[in-house]
Write a protein that binds this ligand. Structure first.
Ligand SMILES: [Zn+2]
Length: 76
């Protein structure tokens, strides 16, 4: 079995890990419902992209849930 001839120095390990930091997520305001969303993506809250409805967010919701969601989107 092969065994490493020398341990990795602290400097070498730290240099490798210097590229592992996570970047901050950039968010933009949805022009339709004002929720904070990822840029260049369909808004998951209202289903709009570039002022057009792309996804029907009310699909599969009950009457009560639909009313609640409508209120949530209009409230902002
Ligand atoms: Zn939206």
């Amino acid at each position: 079995m092969l065994v490493p001839t020398r341990h990795h120095s602290r400097s070498r390990v730290d240099k490798r890990r210097s590229h592992q930091a996570l970047k901050k997520v950039q968010l933009v305001k949805c022009p339709h419902c004002a929720a904070m969303i990822l840029p260049h993506r369909v808004c998951p809250k209202c289903g709009y992209y570039q002022e057009k409805e792309v996804i029907d967010v009310y699909r599969g919701l009950s009457k009560k849930e639909k009313k609640q969601k409508e209120k949530e989107i209009k409230g902002k």
